[in-house]
Design a protein around this ligand. Structure first.
Ligand SMILES: NC(=O)c1ccc[n+]([C@@H]2O[C@H](COP(=O)([O-])OP(=O)(O)OC[C@H]3O[C@@H](n4cnc5c(N)ncnc54)[C@H](O)[C@@H]3O)[C@@H](O)[C@H]2O)c1
Ligand SMILES: [Zn+2]
Ligand SMILES: [Zn+2]
Length: 430
């Protein structure tokens, strides 16, 4: 049997003038505060925890990528119930990440081949609609953040404090399917692959229970969705992978959401000097807000940016963080670090290209590292990052420059690529 969604939700609208930040929302009723993109009013969205859709196929809307290089198309899709150790989520909000764009428009270039048609989106937050057999950690109504990097707690890597690279379902996730080799989303009887095992550009999705973080019930989903990828990655690149130290000097290459979060991480770590580097000077004001002490546009100089930085810092920075995804910039970042102890962390994504590293740079004591999801153990750490945001230790709101409904998702890609946005958050039910 098929059911259509939007079953038992109700929305209340509160104007900014009479809104009360402490509005009481009963725990038995899962609710979310989102801001109306058109008039700035606060909307309280209530979601009944009594799922009437459990066990049934749900028909809802998704932005479908039918083939590489083509804009996304809004379609009615069907989302099957969760199988063993799976959870079906009602997605509430999703960020649009550079990796989504890259996979759609650069598939086969910097990214490995993954099958189409698929549903992109991996930086999201939502509410558990129903759970499959054997699921013990989640209940309908729980607020959750789906994770493109699982944490099973059992594999060799999960048991090691040295890494967050859990291998659970790895090969299947990379190929856009769940543990049984199939996806739960289909359109016109055709299977749609799930990007990085998530697919948040859909009003409902199904993920493994090891790829899901349960978060506190008062977290605003249209903000904390950014902890599903960009902010956690950039922030963790600085504080976990780079282990940026107090009074150090840092350079952050690329001032998108990942780079700005890296700047924020350097500031939280107590860096003395944080140099933001971007070819788009429109990013500089935000970078300074997040803690950059200075910003440089490589296009303003007639020598390579690494030489500019080495001169400026009398020998190179202690930490360089690459948040662009270009091998040439990865090299520039490495070469801008100080001999003897400089550390370069690569956060920018590329799966098929190579770096051309001068051996001497490494021999002279520099360290080159990569970061995946900022080094966070995903299931354990994402709820703590949500707490940090709620306790005002971590900024999120300022990353969000635009808010759009699902049917304008291609505009979000345009804004990202033209450098006009930092993050656009898609409200899936607007
Ligand atoms: N490691 C991970 O786990 C992980 C997670 C998320 C995203 N990523 C990757 O991080 C990168 C950044 O993502 P984002 O969403 O912040 O992207 P974004 O497009 O918002 O930001 C990229 C920034 O780089 C700047 N830039 C482009 N060319 C440059 C150059 N030559 N020199 C300096 N700056 C330049 C752009 O102007 C832009 O401000 C992407 O490659 C993305 O795929 C990695
Ligand atoms: Zn991402
Ligand atoms: Zn594991």
């Amino acid at each position: 049997m098929l059911v259509t969604s939007q079953l038992s939700d109700s929305n209340d609208k509160i104007s900014p003038t009479n809104s009360n930040k402490n509005t009481y929302i009963p725990d038995s009723e899962s609710a979310d505060r989102v801001t109306d993109s058109r008039d700035g009013n606060l909307i309280i969205k209530r979601h009944s925890t009594m799922s009437t859709t459990s066990g049934q196929v749900i028909r809802c809307r998704a932005a479908v990528a039918w083939e590489p290089g083509e804009p996304l198309s809004i379609q009615d899709v069907e989302v099957a119930p969760p199988k063993e150790h799976e959870v079906r989520i009602k997605m509430v909000a999703t960020g649009v990440c550079h990796t989504d764009w890259e996979y759609l428009y650069e598939s086969g270039k910097g990214m490995k081949f993954r099958p189409f048609p698929l549903v992109l989106g991996h930086e999201a937050a939502g509410i558990v609609e129903s759970i499959g057999p054997e699921v013990t950690n989640f209940s309908p109504g729980d607020k959750v953040i789906p994770l493109f990097l699982p944490q099973c707690w059992e594999c060799e890597r999960c048991r090691s404090p040295k890494t967050n690279h859990c291998r659970k379902n790895w090969a299947n996730t990379q190929m856009g399917v769940l543990a049984d080799g199939t996806s739960r989303i289909s359109c016109k009887s055709q299977q749609l692959y799930q990007f990085l095992g998530v697919s948040s550009f859909c009003q409902y999705t199904v993920v493994p229970d090891t790829s899901l973080a349960k978060i506190r019930s008062d977290a605003p989903l249209d903000k904390v969705c950014l902890l599903g990828c960009s902010v956690s990655t950039g922030y963790g690149a600085a504080v976990n992978t780079g282990k940026v130290e107090k009074d150090s000097t840092c350079a952050v290459f690329g001032l998108g959401a990942v780079g700005l979060a890296a700047v924020m991480g350097c500031q939280v770590a107590g860096a003395r000097s944080i140099i933001g580097v971007d070819i788009n000077p429109d990013k500089f004001e935000k970078a300074k807000f997040f803690g950059a002490t200075e910003c440089i546009n490589p296009s303003d100089h007639n020598k390579p940016i690494q030489e500019v930085l080495v001169e400026k810092t009398c020998g190179g920075v202690d930490y360089a963080l690459e948040c662009v995804g270009s091998p040439a910039i990865m090299n520039a970042a490495l070469e801008s670090t100080a001999e003897a102890w400089g550390t370069c962390v690569i956060a920018g994504w590329s799966e098929t290209e190579s770096m051309n590293v001068m051996v001497e740079k490494i021999l002279m004591g520099r360290t080159l590292k990569g970061t995946y999801f900022g080094g966070w153990k995903s299931v354990r750490d994402v709820p703590k990052l949500v707490d940090d945001y709620m306790n005002k230790k971590l900024k999120l709101d300022e990353f969000i420059t635009h808010s759009l409904p699902l049917n304008e998702i291609n505009v979000a890609f345009d804004l990202l690529k033209s450098g006009k946005s930092i993050r656009t958050v898609i409200n899936l039910w607007d």
